[in-house]
Design a protein around this ligand. Structure first.
Ligand code: AMP
Length: 282
């Protein structure tokens, strides 16, 4: 498995592969790989001839008071996992190699970032869209796999690819969880024992909410109030950032669940901001 840190070198390698008629797959990550990431790699592997994993803690998607400097890293372990799951190349640039001092070009889809994580993290999706566009251009990938854990991110990237006619196919992969239901996240490493023990209640609340919808409840306000009360009882140390019910494609709030909707939450548990979601099918 190759390790490349220089963007131009990555582009040269990928162009050479394309000239040989080989298709390229891409799985972008911020590293500290867990089984969620490796399941994305497994999903991508049979879709392409050459598989590129990027490991880049992208400064542009972190706000000033967020966890950029403390974000967990373990590059050796990441490379071992990527290789064990069949990656051909790990791309791990330094921030300065991706963003020149006078970097001035941004990609964004502001309408889809008005709610959920975009509301509490104003520069986040602009940073994501820009770096992912750069990765698409550098790799010339035909296929890229993203996790549904970051549902809003996936919805935005699908729109970006359509709107800018980028010749790539995006595959969404279901959320990978611990046995107790907690969605895997690199940020789970921040949780204290007490926080970790309570964290599965994020998912449990979402499942109860989906149960209410199955029983016929359609009013979003009632459902959100229900989940707010659940979390107040089951996650006393959690500070809810948002509990929202949105259209799964437009990421805009719905008042009544007339067709499929997405319930999405973000809860700050100590140092860890945890997100999760569930599709409400009607
Ligand atoms: P990150 O390293 O957190 O930026 O995540 C890189 C990719 O892995 C994104 O497409 C995420 O949505 C995906 N991902 C992270 N955690 C999970 C998970 N528990 N299940 C499925 N995909 C995930």
């Amino acid at each position: 498995m190759k390790i490349i840190t220089n963007p131009t070198e990555l582009q040269r390698q990928c162009l050479a592969w394309r000239k040989q008629g080989l298709s390229i797959g891409l799985v972008p990550t911020m590293g500290y790989l867990h089984n969620g990431h490796t399941s994305l790699i497994d999903r991508a592997r049979p879709e392409c001839d050459r598989l590129v994993i990027s490991v880049f803690v992208n400064p542009a998607q972190f706000g000033a008071n967020e966890d950029l400097s403390s974000y967990p890293r373990d590059f050796e372990s990441d490379c071992a996992k990527a290789e064990a799951h069949g990656a051909d190349l790990v791309f791990a640039p330094e921030p300065g190699a991706m963003y020149a001092d006078n970097h001035a070009t941004w990609v964004e889809a502001p309408k889809l970032g008005e709610h959920l994580c975009g509301a509490s993290r104003p520069v986040h999706f602009r940073g994501v869209c820009t770096v992912v566009t750069k990765l698409f251009m550098l790799t010339q990938a035909e296929t890229a796999v993203f996790g549904e854990k970051d549902w809003q991110q996936l919805a935005i990237l699908r729109r970006l690819v359509r709107d800018l006619n980028i010749p790539i196919r995006l595959i969404g992969h279901p959320i990978v969880r611990e046995e107790d239901g907690l969605a895997l996240s690199s940020r789970n490493a921040y949780l204290t024992g007490v926080e970790r023990a309570a964290a599965p209640n994020i998912r449990k609340g979402l499942l109860k909410l989906a149960g209410k919808v199955r029983e016929g409840e359609r009013d979003a306000e009632t459902l959100k109030r229900f989940l707010t009360e659940e979390y107040a009882a089951a996650l006393p140390m959690g500070v809810v950032d948002y509990i929202e019910i949105v259209d799964p494609d437009e990421i805009s709030p719905v008042e009544t669940i007339a067709r499929n909707a997405l319930a999405a939450v973000a809860v700050q548990m100590g140092k860890a901001r945890l997100i999760d979601n569930i599709l409400l099918e009607v």
